[in-house]
Write a protein of this length. Sequence first.
Length: 390
Amino acid sequence: MFSENLNKLKKKMSENNIDLSIITDDDSIYYFTGYHDFLHMDFYRPTLLVVSNDHKTYLITPLLDVLLVPESCPVDMVETWNDGIGNEWRELLPQIINQHKNIFIEKFKINPMVKSYLDELLQDHPGDLTKLIDNIRMIKSNHELNIARHAGEVGMAMMEAAKKTIGHNVPEYEVALAQSQAGTRKAADLLKEFYPDNINMSPNIHFLPVMTSGHDLPKTHHRASTKIIKKGDPVFVCYCGSTNFHRFKLGFDRIFWVEEIQSDEQIKAFETAVKSQKAALEILGPGVTAEEVHAAYADTIQSEGYPYPTFRCGRGTGFSFLEEPQLVVGNKTVLEPGMVFAVDGGASANNFRSQVGDSFIITKDGYEQITHHSKNIDDLIISHGRNHSI
């Protein structure tokens, strides 16, 4: 997979007369090389993928992480650097850059420290690789699509664990722990069964999950806390960061209620969220534009008497949390088979924000849904017949 991805980049470089590409984004480096879990800029330790027009490729990375470079990594040369020795990661770059003229970087993803050094070396402003790489990564290979399907299984295991744990007097963090454990165990099973050669790929679900309950529901990206869930509370669980299997991310979210729904406003807003997602899905498929999907979703929300939505209908997903195209007004990208999307529905009432979301693969005939959980309100009211004590 990684060799094929790197060859796509080399081909696009030739087509666009790009002499040298310098890539520093973690997800792009993984996409083209299979190299992951290096420390990178969190500890001021850059890793760079450098691809030249003669198709010579260099992976420049800290010596302390070099054992993580997979044997199948498709680059020609792995160059290491050590803390405080010589010019560290900068050592090789002048030699490479001096041999090339038309140099491109990921303008909107490159770290400022690396960009500052490149500015010292380059006579002209570098071109921008961002759109070119976005376009390469839009259409997923069959191998990537299988990973996406497995990511859906992980997300569904997490959702079921959350539903089993949510209840009166349960702390939010206990729900987060339960869903993380369930997702990790499911991921471990999938890795052992389908990816036995990927021994270094961690199954652990570790992203800090989005979870809101009760009057906090309008806080869109509130994280699981020590707050105690109570009878009648709506509970929103979102796995847009933590549905992350084999580094493939998906979108997936639902709202549950503990034993009862205390407001007709909440029911109407939730039903509108479901309707707006359904409207988007009636449009979703090959040959339509991204903005057409968003328009169907937004028009439905407004037709039910709610204001124009505060968030896009959805986004492309893959080895990054956010990929192109986004399902948003103004995005005229035509959808194609092999794209993967998170598609949401939503609506907000007083002190309540409703959202449902799932992930889908675009096929030649429409789409394939890869996350599943009921959106029937009766199935989302949790009555375990128990009263947790704290």
